[in-house]
Design a protein around this ligand. Structure first.
Ligand SMILES: *[C@@H]1O[C@H](CO)[C@@H](O)[C@H](O)[C@H]1NC(C)=O
Ligand SMILES: *[C@@H]1O[C@H](CO)[C@@H](O)[C@H](O)[C@H]1NC(C)=O
Ligand SMILES: *[C@@H]1O[C@H](CO)[C@@H](O)[C@H](O)[C@H]1NC(C)=O
Ligand SMILES: *[C@@H]1O[C@H](CO)[C@@H](O)[C@H](O)[C@H]1NC(C)=O
Ligand SMILES: *[C@@H]1O[C@H](CO)[C@@H](O)[C@H](O)[C@H]1NC(C)=O
Ligand SMILES: *[C@@H]1O[C@H](CO)[C@@H](O)[C@H](O)[C@H]1NC(C)=O
Ligand SMILES: *[C@@H]1O[C@H](CO)[C@@H](O)[C@H](O)[C@H]1NC(C)=O
Length: 754
């Protein structure tokens, strides 16, 4: 039954707003889900978090978790001034109080915590809170991560980095995170127990950087195998991850069986109904074409429950399991009766082990393959599971919401998710208007089954502003004023408030962060990070003039702020974006000169690009600690047990961000603009392109794309295997480099606009 909220607070204004529209529907089946840790455990974990964040000043916060403060099963936090200039924060869960403390840090202390550094210069004494500051959320669940995040971002993380991320989750109110680490160790035990041998298993698992797609049945063996050292380290990480998440009051989501099995199952169980899938993406069957067990086969229940029993014995459970049977894969039949039976069986394999199981399913398949998934098919799949025992992630709701074309998932609860980023690409991007409207439209939708908001980026550590905004929207009951929000963001991010910086951020919000092209998929298609051709996509969703002006305003403010990590990061990122725009301009000039057979113009534009702009960009990126190829490679190697494994991981790490497969199968999907990668991969590729065009003009020959592709593949491949070392510490003075670039390229940028 929908209910009315009578006591909600609009943020950041301290004004009580009486909300008259219904909040999330209540599903009795979801009521038992919640933090399992005691209030004392959560209070302790929270206190430790605040101490990690603020050091000795953490003791100026009096923190208390009291679950009976929850209203209608929804999180609440209250902050007030206490004696001795302290701030008391009390809330219904560790996450609720952490979100409350972060709200206070943002809006009373003008501080920030982000992937690209924190700005935590706290005023002393702490500013008081007049009366009671009450935070509440209409959303029971605040979900975080995508099944791909593990491969694109966290694959090489150690516990220290995980700890930071879990702190970030708590501060941003996340209470439903995916926790997929270490599952291969358990799968291996299950398969060995069924009679497979190590050869069978080694020809199944991919390498670490590709596990997301092995789990989804897209890919086998590429980059593998996995060593026992890998399994042990990942298991150890998972214990710590789960323990910390639970201590803070989160409900980690564990994996379940989807039906994907190693090929050897067909040898050991020749009677089993196993289908060999077709190749995925641009792979052929040597690394793709997984085997999937029909959910109706008794072996499905056996494997599913073997795995889940092991999982529960190792890790315990919060009763929420994610699995996706048809991710980017077409089912063998579109018969609704079949599709219902499939989801019934998948769910049965969960309930046979955990009678309280809830199946969390990504709704990506409905977006990815709408020709197969018509109303009837979607409804059948969703209705194979009792209403309220499944939660659907409306994964890309900011651009392609599914709830509104499926009568709110035909009654199954769902979470409205922002996907935002594909492949963990660099590049400024956001759909701020959509995310500021979408969640509220979902909340007000007739008979809405919305139970939460989520963030499901394929990769993180980019565009921190978008994630801070999205997290915060879960604690609002109506859309916010975006320009006002952007101004406050600028002030807290740098710890100073001045007009040039707030203007710069307003311009960014008006341009790069305001993509309103319907169904636009944020996948960096800038020519800079794509293999050169004569027909590159040069479309933009924003006016370059706005970006250049934001750049200018940021640069003018730079000098006194260079010691502020968050500022340095943004200055580099915005300069990078400006050079990315200029690359597109130079590409168009190169192409035009070639087509008009104007050799001098080709030499000028081509020379500027490959001998100056790109090397400058490489130096710029190399000067900032968050843009280093060397760090990504160092982290990969650090996880290895010996030299051989270090080499394997390094190739995994290099291949994923470039060729993505042995032959450039998903070339540049996970592109990054990092120091080292810019110089030795993108610049080399552009040099070859420009040189090839010059030679063609010189000899009066047409440009041959196929021949160029073959030649450039050698450059790309060399990059993935050459083992050249890159610094994992920044080199050079960022301010000097930006100044040089600005003086040289800002006028060129303006000239090209006219
Ligand atoms: C928790 O909250 C309830 C309800 O407001 C209150 O009765 C109880 O005393 C509180 N417990 C603690 C330890 O503060
Ligand atoms: C695993 O079994 C296959 C098929 O019987 C066999 O070819 C292979 O040598 C075995 N591997 C090991 C390590 O026993
Ligand atoms: C399949 O892919 C592998 C690895 O990329 C390649 O070596 C092989 O030639 C391909 N086979 C066919 C039939 O295309
Ligand atoms: C909402 O649910 C009610 C009761 O089941 C039903 O009568 C009504 O038609 C529904 N509204 C919409 C717009 O689906
Ligand atoms: C985003 O663009 C839309 C359409 O042009 C416009 O209506 C809206 O005001 C813009 N929002 C921001 C924050 O600039
Ligand atoms: C702000 O920008 C203006 C030019 O647009 C400049 O004159 C001024 O010095 C800048 N202010 C600061 C504090 O950087
Ligand atoms: C391979 O890469 C290394 C390091 O960037 C470079 O020195 C070498 O010239 C490259 N070799 C070829 C054949 O491109």
């Amino acid at each position: 039954m929908p209910y009315k909220c009578s006591w909600c607070l609009s943020l950041p204004l301290i004004a009580v707003i009486y909300v008259t529209f219904p909040a999330n529907c209540e599903f009795p089946t979801l009521a038992h889900l919640g933090p399992q840790a005691s209030d004392e455990t959560q209070t302790k974990a929270l206190t430790d978090l605040v101490k990690r964040l603020l050091g000795s000043r953490g003791s100026e916060f009096i923190l208390l978790v009291n679950r009976s403060l929850a209203r209608d099963d929804l999180d609440v936090c209250e902050l007030r001034s206490a004696g001795g200039d302290k701030i008391a924060a009390t809330g219904s869960s560790g996450v609720a109080v952490a979100a409350g403390v972060y709200h206070y840090l943002k809006y009373y202390c003008s501080c920030q915590v982000s992937w690209s550094g924190s700005q935590l210069s706290l005023p002393s004494p702490l500013p008081g809170v007049p009366g009671v500051l009450r935070l509440s959320t209409p959303h029971k669940f605040r979900y975080y991560q995508n099944v791909c995040t593990q491969s694109y971002s966290s694959v090489w993380w150690d516990w220290r980095r995980w700890e930071q991320e879990i702190d970030w989750m708590a501060l941003n109110g996340v209470n439903l995170p995916l926790a997929f680490t270490g599952q291969e160790a358990l799968w291996q035990e299950v398969y060995l127990g069924l009679g497979l041998n190590q050869t069978d298993i080694d020809s199944f698992f991919t390498g670490p950087a590709f596990l997301a797609w092995n789990r989804m049945g897209n890919l086998v063996q590429w980059g593998g195998p996995l060593s026992s050292s890998w399994h042990i380290k990942q298991l150890y990480l998972q214990y710590r991850i789960l323990q910390r998440m639970r201590a803070l009051g989160m409900m980690p989501v564990l994996p379940a069986f989807s039906g994907i099995v190693p090929k050897a199952i067909t040898r050991l169980f020749p009677q089993a109904k196993v289908t060999k899938l077709g190749p995925w993406s641009n792979f052929n069957c040597s690394y793709s074409c997984a085997y999937v067990l029909e959910p109706s086969d008794p072996l499905f229940q056996r494997i599913g429950s073997l795995f889940l029993s092991k999982l529960l014995a190792e890790f315990g459970t919060d009763h929420i399991y994610n699995t996706d049977t048809f991710n980017e894969m077409t089912p063998t039949s579109s018969d609704p009766v079949y599709l219902s039976a499939v989801s019934r069986s998948v769910f049965a394999s969960m309930t046979s082990v955990d009678s309280q199981a809830i199946w969390l399913m990504q709704g990506w398949l409905f977006v990815n393959n709408p020709t197969f998934w018509k109303q009837e098919q979607i409804k059948a799949l969703l209705h194979g599971v009792p209403i309220g025992r499944m939660i659907v992630l409306d994964l890309f709701a900011e651009s392609m919401p599914v709830f509104s074309s499926t009568s709110s998932f035909y009654g199954q609860p769902f979470i409205w998710c922002m996907l935002h980023n594909f492949g963990g690409n660099s590049g400024l991007f956001g759909t701020v208007e959509n995310i500021n409207m979408g969640p509220f439209e979902a909340l007000r939708y007739p008979n809405s089954t919305l139970v939460g908001l989520g963030m499901a980026p394929e990769g993180i550590e980019q565009n921190p502003v978008v994630y801070e905004l999205m997290s915060e929207l879960a604690w609002h009951w109506e859309p916010i004023d975006l320009y006002k929000w952007a101004s406050l963001y600028a002030a807290r991010r740098y710890g100073v408030s001045h007009e040039n910086l707030t203007d710069s951020w307003k311009l960014l919000f008006h341009s790069v962060y305001n993509c309103t092209v319907p169904k636009y998929k944020n996948h960096n298609h800038s020519p800079l990070v794509r293999r050169p051709t004569m027909h590159m996509n040069t479309d933009l969703w924003y006016n370059p003039r706005d970006l250049y002006e934001a750049w200018r305003l940021m640069y003018l403010s730079a000098k006194p702020l260079m010691s502020v990590e968050t500022f340095r990061y943004d200055l580099v990122d915005v300069t990078r974006q400006a050079l990315q725009l200029l690359t597109t301009q130079l590409y168009l000039e190169i192409k035009d000169a070639f087509q008009k057979q104007n050799l001098p113009k080709l030499l000028t534009a081509g020379g500027l690009l490959v001998s100056d702009l790109l090397p400058e960009l490489d130096r710029l990126l190399s000067s900032e600690s968050h843009f280093l190829l060397g760090l990504w490679l160092e982290q990969a190697r650090a996880l290895a047990q010996d030299k051989h494994e270090a080499e394997q991981y390094e190739v995994n790490a290099r291949n994923q961000i470039t060729l993505w497969g042995p032959e450039g199968n998903i070339l540049d999907y996970a592109s990054k603009e990092w120091g080292g990668l810019m110089g030795d991969y993108y610049t080399q590729r552009w040099s070859l392109f420009v040189n090839t065009l010059v030679q063609c003009l010189d000899r009066g020959k047409p440009f041959n794309q196929d021949a160029f592709n073959q030649a450039v593949f050698q450059v790309e491949k060399n990059f993935t295997i050459n083992q050249k070392k890159y610094p994992s510490k920044p080199q050079g003075d960022t301010y000097d480099i930006v100044t040089r670039i600005f003086l040289k390229y800002y006028p060129k940028a303006l000239k090209r606009l006219n």
